[in-house]
Design a protein around this ligand. Structure first.
Ligand SMILES: NC(=O)c1ccc[n+]([C@@H]2O[C@H](COP(=O)([O-])OP(=O)(O)OC[C@H]3O[C@@H](n4cnc5c(N)ncnc54)[C@H](OP(=O)(O)O)[C@@H]3O)[C@@H](O)[C@H]2O)c1
Length: 265
């Protein structure tokens, strides 16, 4: 299927590794010109070089911190100037939960405030900066990466920021659909990325198991019997970025391999 993405222009936040890098790679493979951002310059530049080498497409690294309003403005101005506009925004940058305890006993005010500054305000501010560019062409796609903690009690800060991400997604979709801009969210399940072992080590230590044992425990609750990969998230993101996804707006798609037994309708 031709996703009709050739020569579209995308900004992927948090593109130096993990899910964001996989999404930028998939978009570039589909012919999209990408800008990627992260806070760590060396890793970001190396990722852009990797992606350009692998895909033969332009991938522009822009250092930015999406928890800072002025940094987001510079990011979007630079991406737009270099690419000639922005058609697709993938809001992905942020903390992955699991590293620190977020239950009632463990969650801190600081963690919640940082999560809302980075995830909720960061995603909103990035959308606010790109929407005028999208309106000027009458077309756009915004994809917000959330997380399954929105649907499961336990991790208080991750749950709150992911639930707020869903609300933001729906609210923007309702307002922006008439401008040709579709806004959707993806909830990754526990995902295989290059940082999987590092990410699970804190939780494994808290439970007194090894990272391998914890990975097996998590996989046992996934219907497909294993963790999804960043590449598998990227396939869904590429479809949501495509003009072909016009019928999907304000929705949340879990890309978890099938977790839990709750029926969401
Ligand atoms: N991996 C999972 O299992 C999983 C599950 C559910 C949801 N998610 C969500 O999916 C997204 C990506 O996860 P991932 O596993 O790919 O994470 P990751 O491997 O830690 O990558 C995060 C990316 O975002 C960047 N970043 C982090 N904070 C940033 C900030 N304030 N400003 C700009 N860039 C920032 C990082 O680079 P720098 O550190 O250099 O800035 C990196 O490029 C996150 O929003 C996460 O909450 C992940």
């Amino acid at each position: 299927m031709d996703l009709k993405l050739e020569d579209k222009r995308a900004l992927v936040t948090g593109g130096s590794r993990g899910i964001g890098k996989a999404i930028a790679r998939q978009l570039a493979r589909e012919g999209v010109k990408c800008a990627i951002c992260a806070r760590t310059e060396d890793a970001l530049k190396a990722a852009a070089e990797d992606l350009e080498r692998e895909t033969g497409r332009r991938v522009l690294p822009i250092v930015a911190d999406i928890s800072q309003a002025d940094s987001i403005k510079r990011l979007v101005d630079s991406a737009s100037a270099a690419l000639g506009g922005v058609d697709i925004l993938v809001n992905n940058a942020g903390r992955v939960s699991g590293g620190v305890a977020e239950d009632f006993a463990g969650v801190t005010d600081d963690l919640i405030l940082r999560d809302f500054e980075e995830r909720v305000l960061g995603y909103l501010r990035c959308a606010r900066a790109v929407v005028p560019l999208m309106k000027s062409t009458g077309w756009g796609r915004i994809i917000n990466v959330g997380g399954m903690a929105a649907r499961t009690a336990g991790a208080i800060s991750a749950g709150a920021r992911n639930a707020a991400t869903v609300h933001l997604t729906k609210s923007l979709a309702v307002e922006l659909g008439r401008w040709g801009i579709n806004v959707n969210a993806i909830h990754p399940g526990a995902t295989v990325t290059e940082r999987l072992g590092e990410r699970l080590s804190g939780r494994a230590a808290r439970r007194g198991v090894t990272v391998g044992e914890l990975t097996q425990q998590i996989a046992a609750n996934v219907s497909i019997g294993r963790l999804v990969t960043a590449e598998e998230i990227a396939y869904v993101a590429a479809f949501l970025a495509s003009p072909l996804s016009v019928g999907i707006n304000g929705e949340v798609i879990a890309v978890s391999g099938g977790v839990g037994v709750a029926v969401h309708y």
